[in-house]
Design a protein around this ligand. Structure first.
Ligand SMILES: [Zn+2]
Length: 196
């Protein structure tokens, strides 16, 4: 039994190490930030299904302040609110700005956490919002492969964000997020995109 427990602990540690090794960033990786983001992104992933059951989702985003207090948590609402702009990140930014009564979030030193990499629109939206740090789970290439969503073109966005003082961490705990996206597609949910 003791040997089995030791094996399980060793295997768990390897998984954690392997997961952290895949994380990418535009700053020197700070493990405390990755650990905190992993916890939050896992919570958001666990919420994905409850949002899709209500007709929104599948993507979920949250904004936290620098002391770890939740400011807002929302899902994508493109289909149920009939608005192509209503991605989770855009909804989170709008909700935070309305809550704080400002168009500039920079003085609040806020962090955005999202279950998947921001698309072309959300990268622009984040740049305009004053969000200071961005953490995401599933990378765009994987989102496109699983769902057929078109995430758009984002040349060198990590580098461009760095120039503007915005920190990005990506590929954080993507596995559960990928599973949830598979489930969204397998359940026959809407892949919303303009007809070409
Ligand atoms: Zn988006």
């Amino acid at each position: 039994m003791k040997k089995l427990l030791t094996t399980i602990i060793i295997l768990s540690l390897q998984v954690v190490c392997a997961a952290n090794a895949k994380v990418i960033s535009n700053e020197k990786i700070i493990s405390a930030k990755v650990e905190n983001a992993s916890k939050i992104i896992k919570e958001l992933q666990n919420d994905m299904q409850s949002y899709t059951k209500k007709g929104s989702g599948p993507f979920v985003a949250a904004i936290y302040d620098s002391e770890g207090n939740l400011v807002v948590k929302v899902a994508n609402s493109v289909v149920n609110e009939h608005c192509s702009n209503n991605h989770a990140e855009m909804n989170a930014i709008k909700a935070a700005e309305q809550k704080l009564g400002t168009y500039d979030l920079a003085p609040y030193n806020l962090r955005l956490y999202v279950t998947a990499e921001p698309c072309i629109m959300c990268v622009g939206g984040i740049m305009w919002s004053g969000i200071k740090e961005v953490y995401y789970g599933v990378p765009s290439k994987k989102v496109e492969k699983i769902t057929g969503f078109d995430e758009g073109f984002k040349p060198h966005w990590f580098r461009e964000f760095k120039k503007r003082g915005i920190v990005v961490y990506g590929n954080i705990e993507p596995e559960l997020g990928e599973q949830e996206l598979h489930k969204y597609v397998n359940d026959g949910k809407k892949v919303y995109k303009p007809s070409r």
